[in-house]
Design a protein around this ligand. Structure first.
Ligand code: COA
Length: 162
């Protein structure tokens, strides 16, 4: 197995759609993926193993911040460091001065473990965010402050995880 990361292009989206459907209970449609890859300035990455796409990630600019919109790995190829490779590519491109946020389900132990390993801290919740389950979303941020264990540069931070 030789994992590598490269820019995602529109021709990759059918492979992405397959992984998306296997990874999320409310997957994005092809139209939503086409919209996301066209966002100006988006970092869209493909994770490859010897030419086959086994994962992807989207990180979009929003005003002064970045939003890690999606990251997923083929279920049969998880726990091999693929998501870490994509996240590190994003973090290397953005640098430690950038502020990056994301939403995650409280039940998503795998994703939370990944984010916590890379400097993201809990900073609040969005009640009943996920329409399929009614679950709240946990909001996480990675900023210059969170890298020192603080939240003072995070907007509207509520540090306690519910
Ligand atoms: C979350 C996800 C992207 C992780 O992908 P992955 O390639 O398996 O992750 P990696 O192998 O790079 O693991 C990196 C770290 O993530 C955490 N992690 C990954 N899978 C985990 C699991 N099943 N349980 C606990 N921690 C886990 C660990 O901290 C791991 O580091 P370690 O191996 O040193 O313990 C993958 O599980 C996935 O695609 N899930 C479905 C989609 C999803 O939920 N995306 C996130 C939406 S917010």
């Amino acid at each position: 197995m030789t994992l590598s990361v490269r820019p995602l292009v529109i021709d990759d989206l059918l492979a992405v759609l397959k992984i998306e459907r296997e990874s999320f209970s409310a997957p994005w449609s092809l139209a939503m993926l086409i919209h996301e890859i066209a966002v100006e300035g988006v970092i869209a990455l493909a994770l490859e193993d010897e030419g086959a796409i086994i994962g992807y990630a989207f990180c979009s600019p929003h005003a002064d911040d970045w939003h890690l919109v999606s990251i997923a790995v083929d279920p049969s190829r998880r726990r091999s460091g693929g998501a870490r490779l994509m996240l590190l590519e994003i973090l290397n491109r953005l640098g430690d001065e950038s502020r990056i946020t994301l939403e995650v389900r409280p039940s998503n132990v795998a994703a939370i473990g990944l984010y916590e390993q890379h400097g993201f801290l809990f900073a609040g919740a969005r009640p009943a965010y996920y329409p399929d389950s009614g679950e709240d979303a946990l909001i996480m941020w990675r900023t210059p402050a969170t890298l020192s264990g603080r939240l003072d540069d995070v907007p509207n931070a509520e540090p306690q995880r519910k």
